[in-house]
Design a protein around this ligand. Sequence first.
Ligand SMILES: Cc1cc2nc3c(=O)[nH]c(=O)nc-3n(C[C@H](O)[C@H](O)[C@H](O)COP(=O)(O)OP(=O)(O)OC[C@H]3O[C@@H](n4cnc5c(N)ncnc54)[C@H](O)[C@@H]3O)c2cc1C
Ligand SMILES: Cc1cc2nc3c(=O)[nH]c(=O)nc-3n(C[C@H](O)[C@H](O)[C@H](O)COP(=O)(O)O)c2cc1C
Length: 573
Amino acid sequence: MSILILYGSETGTAQDIAESLRREAQMRHLAARVFELDEYDIGQLFTENVVLFVVSTTGQGEMPPNMRKTWKLLLRKSLGSEFLKNVNTAVLGLGDSSYQKYNFAGKKLYRRLAQMGANMMCGVSLADDQHEIGIDGAFIPWKQRVWEEIQRLGIYESMTEEIDPKVKIQTKYRFVEAGNPDHRKNVVAESDTGYHALKVNSNRRVTSENHFQDTRLVNFEIPYELQSQMKYSPGDVLMVRPYNPDETVQVAIEALGYSDEIMNKPVRIVKNDPYSKQPPYFLVGVETTLRTCLQRYFDLQQIPKRSFFEMLSYYSNDASEKERLRELASPEGLDDLLDYANRCRRTTAETFRDFPATSKHLEPDYLFEILTVIRPRAFSIASAPSANFVELLVAKVEYKSRMADKRRGLCSTFISRLKEGDEVFCKIRAGTFKFPLPEAPVICIGPGTGVAPFRSLFGQRSRLSPHSSGLLFFGCRGEHDDFYFSDEWNSMSGVEVIAAFSRDSEKKVYVQHKMGERARDIKKMLESGASVFIAGSSGDMPKAVSSVLSQIQGDEWTKKAEETGRIQYETWS
Ligand SMILES: Cc1cc2nc3c(=O)[nH]c(=O)nc-3n(C[C@H](O)[C@H](O)[C@H](O)COP(=O)(O)OP(=O)(O)OC[C@H]3O[C@@H](n4cnc5c(N)ncnc54)[C@H](O)[C@@H]3O)c2cc1C
Ligand SMILES: Cc1cc2nc3c(=O)[nH]c(=O)nc-3n(C[C@H](O)[C@H](O)[C@H](O)COP(=O)(O)O)c2cc1C
């Protein structure tokens, strides 16, 4: 008898959590099966005893792609209020409170399961990327409660109250020498999730050389054979799969002490757990090397989570390091963990370096349990629809912390370093902005890289409906520093660009100030049916913009417009 763990995930975090639950169940002598929701036969759900759901929210409050089919089935009226009456269940939602529709997927799923009569072992738990320790802030207390509740059910006799550190964990995958016959056919197709390698045509810096911020306009070629699959519209995003930077890989390799022979030996990745998903063969290759996996697959730059310390202590043979790792993984060690890892933004590779006796003895297979997989990042498409290319406007994330080396964002650094001819795995996903017909009036607010979707939109409108009316409020530091596309706007029809420069005068001027100055025009456009679109940083800007709209149209109007989609947001942290 086993428990069932189902996940819905867009970028892999829910999958990581689901797999760590499986591992922890194993250490409590409890068998567990893990499936992505759309791979499980949901018609059988009523036959399960215990089902744990881990579900992220994507888009603007949407269900992740790998559970949409199941979600439709779960909404069928024929599944009455007794359908799940024998099922004990719990829901962990993953989200980010900087989004307006915070954790909508988890909340909706919880409500629906309760409607179908499931026994909810605890209330829905909402994990937040913005929490000081990220999703662990909600995940750790939730799982503690869930294990207690499962224990209380008394269904699983072998289950232990505490984790048994002596249990030998079977890793999810193992490396085997290439050519070994225990490998399945057609694995490439099976692990393909719609990503394609696109070649870089150009990568141009668009901020002035002496400006602190390095922002890039990157142009990717869409080859002829992919043109029908990679069509896009304004508002769509490109998901990009970055690799670890060479210097980070080097830190990890030195800490792990793997020889060149181990690093470069041709290997294959084979599933140990029949229920787990195939690793992304399109990314690492069917025949691969440990070096390729450390570069493309394992996230070496992430701030290590508590589960990382748990697993490292589990595998450690060094008494003093094991003890320290245990402390960092313990609930009492939270402040210590924050200080050691989160506040200074230490990377996983650097953490390996700090525990040399442990790291030097880690078998490569253990990495599948210790490390998480690199998440793809979303970027608003910045080019007007084209069959041949797609463009992104990417600001490189770089900042200082207590650590000696500069901290760098994984994907934006990866993109900033791309050279002509390099290949990057990308996927187009439907945008969250729902733009009106090209002739309808629009008011867009896009400071910084938030302007990207509006370059796409106005580029298209200029072609399709040059007499349409559009206002674009753009904000940046200085006219000659980071005024993106300043040389393009004049050649586009149907858009008036109003720029706010925050550092060009003594008084800091932001988009909301410029909107205030143009309140009368905004009112007129809104009265003629204009919709409002806001994109960019999720900091103070969206609230400030919303408050100007409230001043112009009133709170009631603004609230209703947000609810009905007349005001839409695409913001990120
Ligand atoms: C729908 C959508 C569209 C997007 N469009 C664009 C776009 O068009 N252009 C664009 O550039 N980005 C865009 N982004 C953001 C993009 O996806 C990435 O989040 C961004 O590039 C950073 O990713 P990274 O891998 O470089 O950084 P990561 O390695 O993920 O690190 C980012 C983290 O670093 C931390 N951090 C950043 N700066 C600091 C600091 N000064 N001090 C302390 N901590 C800090 C923050 O916690 C942040 O979460 C978009 C995001 C979404 C969701
Ligand atoms: C493109 C995109 C859209 C998102 N939309 C929302 C949202 O509407 N509401 C929310 O609470 N979180 C949102 N998030 C945050 C994710 O839910 C959160 O990062 C989660 O941990 C990701 O889990 P996953 O990797 O399993 O998909 C979004 C993240 C991305 C990348």
